[in-house]
Structures are given as structure tokens and as C-alpha cells.
Design a binder for this molecule. Sequence first.
Ligand SMILES: Nc1nc2c(ncn2[C@@H]2O[C@H](COP(=O)(O)OP(=O)(O)OP(=O)(O)O)[C@@H](O)[C@H]2O)c(=O)[nH]1
Length: 748
Amino acid sequence: MAAVSGNPDQSHKSHRSRQAGPSAKKKGKSDKKKRDVSEEKKHNPKAFAFNSSAKAKRLQSRASEKEQRRLHVPTIDRSIGEPAPYVVVVHGPPKVGKSLLIKSLVKHYTKHNLTEVRGPLTIVSGKQRRLQFVECPNDINGMIDAAKFADVALLLIDGSYGFEMETFEFLNILQVHGFPKVMGVLTHLDKFKDVKKLKKTKQRLKHRFWTEIYDGAKLFYLSGLLHGKYPKREVHNLARFISVMKFHPLSWRASHPYLLVDRFEDVTPPERVHMNNKCDRNITLYGYLRGCNMKKGTKVHIAGVGDCNLAGVTSLADPCPLPSVAKKKGLRDKEKLFYAPMSGLGDLLYDKDAVYININDHLVQFSKVDDENEGVAQKGKNHDVGEVLVKSLQNTKYSIDEKLEKSFITLFSRKPPISSEAKSDAKGAYKEDVEHMNGPETSEKDESGEENEANGFDEENDAEKLDDSESPEQDKAGEKDRIAENEANDSDGESDDAREQQTSLKSDLKEQIEFHNGRLRRKAVSGSDVDHSDLKSSSSSEFSAEDEEYRNTEDDMGNTSKWKESLVERTVSRQGTNLMQLVYGKSASKSTTSNDKVKDSEDEQSEDDDFFKPKGEGNKKMSEGLDGDNVNAEDCSKFANHAKLKNWKDEVLIESIRDRFVTGDWSKAARRGQASDANSEDDDVGYGEFEDLETGEKYESPHMGNANDALEKKDDPAIEERRLKKLALRAKFDSQYPFSILSLYIMP
Ligand SMILES: Nc1nc2c(ncn2[C@@H]2O[C@H](COP(=O)(O)OP(=O)(O)OP(=O)(O)O)[C@@H](O)[C@H]2O)c(=O)[nH]1
């Protein structure tokens, strides 16, 4: 038997409150009352009142600022159907990890491994969004093109090395083209062995990045490689950030049609090409149309090619549709999450007049080869000769004729390759120099100086060498740099770079060309930036130095635009000699002012000389001086007779025609015309008539007779009568129409 004993102190479980019915309603009311009272207590207005007016003002301004930020000018969305994929341009100096980042992102979005990155890669990044990744080429033209279509720019920066000039160049180009969204990505951070130093460098680069774009610009850190790929988590974060990013289309782009070509096909009839290899080709370009609709007859500009006529535009089926739009036809149909025809991805290709289906080799059963042919057919590792032949034929893009035509012989290469011997010579010479420098005898020093000149070293380098020779390690690094510089000095093309270095040294952000990791790199050194290539040999003293350096760079950041000066100088220095200039001489358009000055002084000098020159020749010279240069400035190959044109900026000339307009005084003009007629006659009279003061002889001009005739004419009573008649008629006309001609326009 079990005895149940109750504990008198035990509290009873309260009844469940009513959920429905009239009592539940009552309860709800009472609860609400209670809540109101408690809320009143909570929101005691006095408790949250501002104690200081300054704080109140600050908070108010902040609130209004936030409110303003939320407001956007409404953009009219004229796009029809699905929006075109957003273009993500991945930019960075060479070997920074651009391809690897694209591969990692593509792998993240599509679960596909990409072997090579070529051309734009379209991927589906979400239910409503597609992205197109493009690797930005490492040349300035490529950068300019990429800046034109980029919706987002991922700027890759080698964290272990610092900023390179390419990044700043691209930023400058972006500024001109309308700034798209920009995100920085730091790579090669695994090269830092010291965590503290890594942190400091991250901070320093972040602040430098912010000064160039805006405070708070997003900078991602990719900590290193994991099995030759970027860590999944970091790539995931970056991908997520790109996926949710808001895009505000640039107004210019929204109102102009443009497309990023992801595939092109030469559809010229083969017989036409066969007849004339250089005939005008018909090219079909494929890509997503952005901006607005394209008209049929418009001319299109193809970057790097020029203006071309558009034969027609047709809309094709979307090769990479959004998942919401794509209809699955069968269970075996996989969702197409990517489309990259230039990289060889995507199964189906829609052409203007055909559809290509790409079938993987392992899905194809090739016909078996006959036994007797097997011996011949076998080649290498079980590769069928026929198969190899067909594949090689498929891969061939150009015929032998075309290949031959494309091959060319360089007579004068821009950068002659330097043999290893030459390099070792340069090294040897340099070592000798250093030895000579350290040697006590002055005569040896002189010799080394001569050698230096022969090798293209200058005095500045010598001074550097003395510094470098202090430690063997530095010596080595310096030697490398110097060899690189020497190479630059030796060749014509590269001497530009050396000049660049010199010119850019003047500006705040300097370009430092150095040999690093087996290649020449253009490091961007801002102010007191110090090379931190010796990452592994960090010490505590270094940190303090770097701290200072960081502070210094922050100070220098105010003057960031200075580095751009070097760009201009370099562009000017890079401008190759024009053939036209070589043949016809330099255009005078740039130096017109100096020319004018020279002309003025020449004029002053030759004023006296002109006296002894025939009149016609003097005029000719004048016209040449005025316009001959302009002829050169415009186009030397075309003849333009500017000599006949008058300078209508001249006040005297303007005055001379003022009365010919309706606003002018016509009667005055008529009078002046008469006077000028008379003057010209007088001029004619004076022409050629002079008195030799030495001999006292008087020479009469041959026009003298005519002048006399004119005078006689004036005296002729018949002519005089006719003139008076004319004047009377005019007076009569004036009395009839007393208003001026101008008023005719004003009065009804
Ligand atoms: N240690 C380390 N190596 C990296 C990192 N990122 C890229 N690399 C390596 O750098 C090399 C160059 O990478 P790529 O992706 O080819 O660089 P890229 O910028 O596309 O090069 P180019 O197209 O030639 O300009 C590869 O061998 C990568 O493995 C990184 O963060 N750390």
C-alpha cells in the first residue's frame, strides 16, 4: 500500500489563464491597463531628455543625416524583362591572384572547377541576380575598357608587397568613367610570419585605401592559400557581400546601349575570304545588352577597333537564365548556373544560324578502330590518331596562310633581349665599380667613373652604391635593382621607365621600379612609405619605426592627387614619334605662343629690311607667318589656303563691316565706300611715284595717266549731274520712309 502524504507548505499550481471567452477578454483589458502604466513609467520623458544642448544638436543632425541618406533620387527602370548580369571586374597587378579569386568565386557559386579564366564568365549568384566576372588586363588600354563596363571593381592588392602603381592607375581611370562600386581585396597575407606586423600592415593599407576612395570603403582580407585555393569561409563572405550589394546604375550608362561581348563569331562567307583575304568581315557579337535598346541602323563603337556599321540586332534565348525564369524540361536537366564560352564552359551554344552542343568526351562512345589499322592508329597513350587529328582541326583557328601572314620579322625591336652574358657583364662591371669605389687610389676611382659612364650608371647610382655596399644582403638586393635599371637604360623602350622613375620621384606618390619575386614591379611609395619586403626579419624596434611611418603616411594622405602628375608626364613621354611629324616636322600648334613671340621680335627686326623688299613678297611672308604654321598644325597632307582668310577678331576689320548689317548706318557706309574708292584711287595714284632726293629726279607711275583720267571724270558735268540726281532720289526715299530698316522688324 502506498500512503500519500501532502505537504502543507507546498504552493499550489495556479490555474491556467483563460484563452477564450468573456473572462479572457476581461483579463486582456486589465493586462493592457497594467502594460500602459508600466510603459508610461518606462518612457518617462524626463529620463530621456537631453542634458546638454550640444548633444541634442548633434543627435538631431545625425538623425536628419540618416534620413537624407535613405532618400534616393528615384531612378526610372526602363529595363524590360530580367536585368542583365552585373559585371564584376577583378583588377590587380600581375600575379596578385586575380585568376585564382575568380576561380574560387566561380567554384563557390556553381560548384564547378574552372581550368582557365578567359573572357567574361556569367554565373547565377541568386534567385534574382546574375554576375559576370571579368579579369582586367594588365595594360592601360585594357583598364580603360574595363572601367567602361564595370559595375563592381575588385581591386586586388598584394598585402605582402604593398600598393602598386597599377591600382592607382585604375582608380584614376575609374574616376574619369564614373566611379562604380569598388572593393579592395588583400592577398598574400600568409607571407607575414609576425601577427603584429600583419595587423599593422593591414591597418596601414586600409587607411591608404580609404584616402583614395572614401572612409569606410570595404577591404577584404584573404589570409592565404588552403590546398592552393583561398579559404572557403573567406570566399563565402566575399561572395555573399557581392550577392547582396546594391547597384545604382550610372546615369550615362543607363541612357546608352552597350554590351560586353562574351562570344564572337566570324560569319564572313568563306569564298569571299578566299577571294580576298583582306575583305571586310562580317562579325557576329554576342552579349547581354545593357543601358537601353539598340537601334538597327546606328553605328557602334567597338573598343580597340573603331566605329563600325551595325547590320542588324536580334535577340536570342538567354544562355544563362535566372532560375526563376528557366523551365526544367526533364529530371536529367541540370540548372545552368554558368556560361563562359570563351573559357570553354557551357554545353549549349546558340549561334545566329546554328546551335552547337558540347558533349564531354567521357559521354561519347567513339567508333572502334579496325585491328589492322590499330598499329598505325595508336599514338601515345591510347590516343586515336583520327581523334587527335579531328581535335586538332577543331582547335585550329587560323589557316596556314593566315598564320604566315600574321608572323612578322622585327627589324628594330623596342626592347632587345639581354643575354645572360650581358647581364653577367653588367654585374661584373658593377662589382668592379664597388671595388674601385672602396679602393684608396683616386686614379682607380676615375677609371671606375669612366666605366660607370660606359655602363650607363650615373652619379646618383654611385652614391647609392656606396650606401649599399655596407651590408652584403642589401648589396645583393641593390645589385638586383641596379641590373634591372641597367637593363632599362640599355634599351630604348625601357629607358622610358627609368625616366618615369626619375620624374615620379618629384611627386608625393612615387613609383619605384624594382625587381621583386623574379619580375619587375612598380611599387607605389607614398611619402615616407618603406619597403617591407623583409617580412620575416621583423623586430620590436621595427614596429615603432613603422608606427611612425604609418602616422607619417596619414599626414601625407591629404595630398594624394600628386601622384597623378607622374601619369601625365609618363603619357607625354610615352607618346611615340609620329611619322607625320618626322616627315613634315613638329606641329607648331603646341608652341604657338613661343612662335608668336619669335615672330614679333623678328618683325621688329625686319621692319627696316621690309623697306627694301618688293611689296608682294612682304605680304606673302606675312601670310605665311600667320597661317603657314596653322596649315601644319591641322593636316600637312592637305592644302588649305588660310592666307585668304581674314582675322575677324581684329577690331579694325570688324569695324569695317559693321555698317553692312541692318544695325549699321548705311549712309555712312556708302559715304565711306565712296571715300575708300577715292582713297584706293589715290593709293593707286601714289603707287610707284617717288622722288629721288639725291639726284633730284622725279619718277612718275604708269597709273598716273589713269588717275588724271579719274580726276577729269570727276569734273565731267554729266557724271556730276547723275550723282546729284541720285542724291535727290535718296533724299526723297528717306523722306517717304523716315524710320530705319531695323524698325521694320520691330513694328507690325
Ligand atoms: N602565398 C600566396 N600565394 C598566392 C596568393 N594568391 C595567389 N597566389 C599565387 O600567386 C600566383 C599567381 O596567381 P594568379 O591567380 O595566376 O594571378 P593573376 O593575377 O591572375 O596573374 P596574371 O593573370 O598573370 O596577372 C599563383 O601561383 C597563386 O597560387 C596568396 O594569397 N598567397
